[in-house]
Design a protein around this ligand. Structure first.
Ligand code: FMN
Length: 245
C-alpha cells in the first residue's frame, strides 16, 4: 500500500478538536488542491461557505440537531450545490439555464460531494480531522436564511475540521465481496457476509463504548431507514429551483 491508500484506510470521523487554530493559508491550500476534483463537464457546481461568526455557528449547531462540534470546531464549512453561478454564465451568452431536470440536481450534488471528500482527505493528510454534518438538512431553509443562500443553491452538508483531540478506531467497512461485483449484480452469498459483518460492527461498538453500545450494522440500518428521512427535502429543493423534472 502506498501512503495515499494508508491515509484513506486510516479515516475516522473526528468530533473533538484541540484549541489549536488552523492556519488560514493551510486551509486555502487544502481547498485549492481539492478543487482539482473531477467535475461533470467542468461545471464546478459548488460553493463553500466558511462560517466564522460564532453566533451563526451557535445557530447552525442548533439547526443541525444540537451537534456541539458545529459550534466548537476550529473550522466549519457549508457545502452548497450551486446552479446560480452557472445561470450567470449562461446569461453572459444570452441563454437561460435549463435547471429543472433531475440530472442537473445530480450533477451539482455529485460535484459538491467530490470536492468535499477531497477536502476531507487533503485535511487529513495535513494532520487535521473532521466530520461531515448532514444535520444541516434538518432545517435547510433556516440554514439558507442564516447564510443568505440564494435561489438555485442548496446546502448539501457541512464539515467540521480541526486538529483532533480524540481519534476513534477506524470503523470496519463492508467486505469487498458485498460491494464489488463482477459482470452482473449478483447477491449470492450476501446474507452470510452480512452476518459476519454484523458481528464485526457489534464488536467494534462494544470496544468503542465500553459495552454501552453493541448494535449490528443491519440493526442500525433498519432503525435508520424504517422511517422517511427528512421528508421536507422534496419541497425545499423544489422551492430552491431544483425541480427535478
Ligand atoms: C454526507 C454525510 C453526512 C454526515 N452527517 C453527520 C452528522 O450530521 N453528524 C455526525 O456526527 N456525523 C455525520 N456523518 C459521519 C458519519 O456518521 C460517518 O462518516 C460514518 O458513521 C462512518 O464513520 P467514520 O467516518 O468514522 O468512518 C456524516 C457523513 C456523511 C458522509
Amino acid at each position: 500500500m502506498n501512503h495515499v491508500m494508508e491515509l484513506l484506510k486510516s479515516h475516522t470521523s473526528v468530533r473533538k478538536f484541540t484549541n489549536k487554530l488552523v492556519d488560514d493559508q493551510l486551509l486555502k491550500e487544502i481547498i485549492q488542491a481539492s478543487q482539482y476534483a473531477s467535475t461533470s463537464n467542468h461545471i464546478q457546481a459548488y460553493t463553500i461557505i466558511r462560517v466564522k461568526d460564532q453566533a451563526k455557528r451557535k445557530t447552525l449547531a442548533k439547526l443541525s440537531g444540537d451537534q456541539p462540534y458545529v459550534e466548537e470546531c476550529p473550522i466549519f464549512l457549508v457545502f452548497c450545490a450551486d446552479l446560480n453561478r452557472l445561470g450567470k454564465a449562461c446569461s453572459i451568452h444570452h441563454e437561460v439555464i435549463e435547471s429543472s431536470s433531475t440530472e442537473t440536481f445530480i450533477l451539482a450534488t455529485v460535484d459538491t460531494a467530490l470536492v468535499a471528500q477531497n477536502i476531507m482527505i487533503a485535511a487529513e493528510s495535513a494532520g487535521l480531522g473532521g466530520v461531515y454534518i448532514g444535520g444541516i438538512r434538518n432545517n435547510p431553509q433556516g440554514v439558507c436564511d442564516l447564510l443568505q443562500i440564494p435561489h438555485h443553491v442548496y446546502p448539501v452538508f457541512g464539515m467540521c475540521l480541526g486538529y483532533p483531540e480524540k481519534i476513534n478506531a477506524t470503523k470496519p467497512r463492508l467486505p469487498l465481496s458485498l460491494i464489488l461485483k463482477e459482470d452482473t449484480y449478483s447477491t449470492d452469498g450476501d446474507e452470510n457476509h452480512l452476518t459476519e459483518y454484523d458481528e464485526l460492527i457489534s464488536n467494534y461498538y462494544k470496544v468503542r463504548t465500553n459495552n454501552e453500545r453493541s448494535n449490528t450494522w443491519t440493526e442500525g440500518i433498519a432503525t435508520y431507514l424504517k422511517n422517511k428521512q427528512r421528508p421536507h427535502m422534496k419541497d425545499f429543493l423544489h422551492n430552491k429551483g431544483f425541480e427535478m423534472k
